[in-house]
Design a protein around this ligand. Structure first.
Ligand code: SF4
Length: 172
């Protein structure tokens, strides 16, 4: 049975009518960024599976990651896809400063990702602890715990910049 929101049916027929009326929601693709150098990036060219780890974020970066993979910025069209397990991943996308409670979990998650792999530090907290520098529960930036290959600046970072960082890996 078709569900109804207000007076607009959102069952299959209503959904198709909406899609036809609204058209494509994705932003036009900007020119591809410079490709990341190195062996791992060369091996991962084309498509990457991304496992996200929140090492102590305020959740602002997660909102922007959600946008980066949503219908407007649509990171999937450039070959980046979120996965649920580090064992299925090529890229670890880490947000937040690394808190004491997450240090071991982050190291173990990184160890579980098959090689070759890359680490993307998303947001100022991941890069340099940002607003949480010197907080009692913070061990350090992501680079103090595991190696970082790509950084995305901003507090929070823009979805376009998150997508650009992933495109620098996929080359698309
Ligand atoms: S960079 Fe900003 S938005 Fe991201 S976790 Fe830190 S404080 Fe939150």
């Amino acid at each position: 049975m078709a569900l109804r929101r207000g007076r607009i049916p959102v069952g299959t027929g209503g959904l198709w009518r909406r899609i036809r009326r609204i058209g494509r929601a994705a932003e036009p693709a900007p020119p591809p960024p410079e490709r990341l150098p190195g062996h791992a990036a060369a091996a991962l060219r084309g498509s990457v599976q991304v496992r996200h780890v929140d090492a102590g974020s305020c959740n602002g970066c997660e909102v922007e990651i959600g946008s980066a993979f949503g219908p407007v910025y649509d990171a999937d069209r450039y070959g980046a896809r979120l996965v649920a397990s580090p064992r299925h991943a090529d890229v670890l996308a880490v947000t937040g400063p690394v808190t004491r409670n997450m240090e071991v979990a982050l190291r173990r998650t990184h160890e579980a990702v098959p090689t070759p792999n890359l680490v993307v530090a998303i947001g100022d907290c991941a890069r340099n602890c940002g607003a949480f520098a010197d907080a009692y529960g913070v061990v350090g930036a992501v680079g103090d715990v595991i190696g970082v290959d790509v950084e995305v600046a901003g507090c929070p970072p823009r979805p376009e910049d998150i997508v650009a960082a992933l495109r620098s890996v996929t080359g698309r």
